[in-house]
Design a protein around this ligand. Structure first.
Ligand SMILES: C[S@@+](CC[C@H](N)C(=O)[O-])C[C@H]1O[C@@H](n2cnc3c(N)ncnc32)[C@H](O)[C@@H]1O
Length: 263
């Protein structure tokens, strides 16, 4: 089942007109159903809190976790960016990408191949990816990582600009997330302020027509951010890719066609 699913997935991935691919979703659901029927229960749960037990059980039974492992992605989050990009085509060869909250590097793995920053194809335009995170990030050919840095700090953003040497950014990605406190409202406010830090940076440093994608946890401040994004992007959408767990408040805001800033 796993091998078929993987082959099937990559076949679909390469299909140029891939939308939210119903067949892919169906495959994951079928795969998921089969694992639910034979739900894997962790061997030792002794001494673990209820939330750790739930997390472990969920990880062991999540088809995207298995697939990420098989395809050697650093995390299942790779599929979220792939699915968004398959549908909206935000990553192109030769682009300059700044990725906020990049650790452990799964989105970066996707971006490296899609903007050709290694370059995998020396006949196509070569992209550039800079990934920033509070945590250290294991190196990845094709990406420049600034680990151990807080993106909200001016000094970190200046380091990114120093690397860019005046080049404008085509895509700003933010998958930044604070440590969840469990208090919904507080967590929402914290992730929104991270998203705003990435958004402001994108507005100040993006090329015309650029893209901004950020993750948030849905809540009362969504509308403000969406409205602010609409002032600077010709198109703003709320996106929930299939691999984003349906019981999670996680959503992505996608701004395309950056209009520039009038100074
Ligand atoms: C969901 S993870 C990112 C996963 C990543 N996109 C991937 O696919 O591997 C969220 C990350 O945001 C980072 N983060 C949170 N606040 C940050 C900040 N102020 N500056 C930089 N990174 C931050 C966290 O350290 C964490 O690694």
């Amino acid at each position: 089942m796993q091998t078929n699913f993987t082959q099937h997935y990559w076949h679909l991935r390469n299909h140029s007109e891939m939308k939210w691919n119903r067949t892919l979703i169906l495959s994951v659901k079928l795969f998921h159903t089969s694992t639910v029927l034979h739900k894997i229960i962790p061997k030792s749960l002794k001494g673990k809190s209820k939330s750790s037990q739930d997390w472990l059980t969920r990880q062991l039974n999540d088809p995207y976790v298995k697939l990420a492992h098989q395809e050697q992605f650093r995390a299942r989050s790779a599929f979220k960016l792939m699915e968004i990009d398959d549908r909206y085509k935000i990553l192109q060869y030769g682009q300059v990408v700044v990725e906020c909250g990049a650790s452990p590097g799964a989105w970066t793995q996707v971006a490296v191949s899609r903007v050709n920053s290694l370059p995998n194809d020396k006949y196509k335009r070569q992209g550039l990816i800079i990934g920033i995170d509070l945590h250290t990030i294991h190196s990845l050919p094709g990406a420049i990582f600034l680990g151990g840095r807080d993106f909200t700090k001016q000094i970190t953003q200046q380091q990114v600009l120093d690397i860019l040497q005046g080049q404008k950014i085509d895509v700003v990605l933010s998958d930044m997330a604070p440590n969840a406190s469990g208090t919904k409202k507080l967590d929402h406010e914290n992730i929104i302020s991270l998203a705003y830090a990435a958004f402001r940076f994108a507005v100040e440093n993006s090329a015309d027509d650029a893209t901004f994608l950020c993750k948030i946890w849905a809540g009362f401040k969504d509308k403000d951010l969406v409205n602010d994004m609409k002032k600077f992007y010709g198109s703003v959408k709320t996106v929930k890719p299939p691999s984003s767990r349906s019981n999670s408040s996680e959503i992505f805001l996608l701004g395309r066609k950056f209009l520039g800033i009038k100074r």
